[in-house]
Design a protein around this ligand. Structure first.
Ligand SMILES: O=C(O)CCC(=O)c1ccccc1C(=O)O
Ligand SMILES: [Mg+2]
Length: 342
């Protein structure tokens, strides 16, 4: 996709060869909007998802680092949004992308209702180890999901100690894999040695200075990769291909715009055998454009081109939030100006 013609006034961002450019902040601001999308189910403690989107010559991109992230981390998300808007998606090699149902840390008796939003799902990902909940809650939630969808994976978001993880995974029983059972790479490796369950690394990849530590430490069987925190679709594909682990492309609770980039990255993966975590559009009650909703267990790639009509008004964030995001955009842009891109 070296032909993804960048905007005329955009400056070379210091990248050789791959066509990446850093547009001026003003070019981003010409179309930028901040939205606050209401959520159907609390997820990651959120009941609404605030995010920024903007358009470039190749279409729409998203800049939506969670509000508590610092600028250094958030700058990767900006790079990903600019890549989407200025370069567009890499070529797809799959027409559809298998996706997992995402089950937040809800009571077990609400699981069957939630799973109706994921028609044909062959895999469910169930959140576990939620602060304030018990192992019995996790076991009940997983069992409720398993009754409806045969294949279940769990995601602890680093919430267990090694001992807790071993105990919990024994109690939970057979799962496809356990995602980020503990915080550190060393703990993941220790859990992996102690249980038969395959281990997936998420935070240990996307928040790590060196994602290859997971590989060096034999800490995981599966790598969860996310386009926004990893700095874009191409960076994600590059990492996916060099890690040597099985790969799952997952969302960062993106709006439909960011989701389009996640789905595009997944559709461009050579090996796409595991269901991707790209079904979180179903957790919103409204989105900036048509959501990627699962049908027959899959979603189809599609792109919000420069002429796509998005609804940025209905759920526009207030003036104070716009000012906050604008400031953050400027600070992250300054970080990218000082960074040579790989
Ligand atoms: O993988 C999925 O099914 C949904 C994505 C997801 O769980 C997620 C979304 C936003 C932030 C963190 C995570 C996570 O995987 O931990
Ligand atoms: Mg995770």
């Amino acid at each position: 996709m070296a032909g993804g013609a960048p905007g005329g006034s955009a400056r070379d961002g210091g990248v050789a060869g791959d066509g990446w450019v850093l547009p001026e902040v003003e070019e981003l601001l010409a179309s930028a909007a901040v939205v606050r999308l209401p959520m159907r189910t609390r997820f990651r403690g959120l009941t609404a998802r605030e995010t920024m989107v903007f358009a470039g010559p190749a279409g729409w991109g998203e800049f939506g680092p969670f509000v508590e992230y610092d600028d250094a981390e958030a700058a990767n998300w900006l790079r990903a949004g600019i890549e989407a808007a200025w370069l567009g998606p890499p070529p797809a090699v799959h027409e559809t992308v298998p996706v997992n149902a995402t089950v937040p840390a809800i009571p077990a008796d609400q699981v069957s209702e939630l799973l109706k939003r994921y028609p044909g799902a062959g895999t469910a990902k169930v959140k576990v180890a939620e602060p304030g909940q018990t192992l019995a809650d996790d076991v009940a939630r997983v069992e409720a999901a398993r009754e409806i969808i045969g294949r279940v994976r769990v995601d602890a978001n680093g919430g267990w100690t090694v001992e807790e993880a071993i105990t919990a995974l024994r109690a939970i029983g057979e799962v496809e894999y356990a995602e980020q059972p503990c915080k550190t790479v060393e703990e993941l490796a220790a859990v992996r040695r102690a249980v038969d369950v395959p281990i997936a690394a998420d935070e240990s990849i996307r928040k790590a200075d060196d994602p290859f530590r997971v590989v060096a430490a034999d800490a995981a069987d599966v790598a969860v990769v996310k386009v926004a925190p990893l700095g874009g679709m191409r960076a994600t594909l590059c990492l996916a291909e060099t890690l040597g682990l099985r790969v799952v492309v997952s969302s960062a609770l993106d709006s439909a715009v960011g989701m389009a980039a996640g789905v595009a990255a997944a559709a461009a993966l050579a090996d796409l055998d595991l269901a991707c975590g790209l079904g979180t559009g179903s957790l919103f009650t409204a989105d900036v454009g048509p959501s990627f909703l699962m049908r027959d267990g899959v979603v189809e790639p599609r792109w919000f081109g420069p002429d796509a009509h998005l609804d940025l008004r209905t759920h526009a964030a207030g003036e104070d939030r716009w000012a906050w995001w604008l400031d953050r955009l400027r600070r992250c842009h300054r970080i990218l100006e000082g960074t040579a891109v790989r």
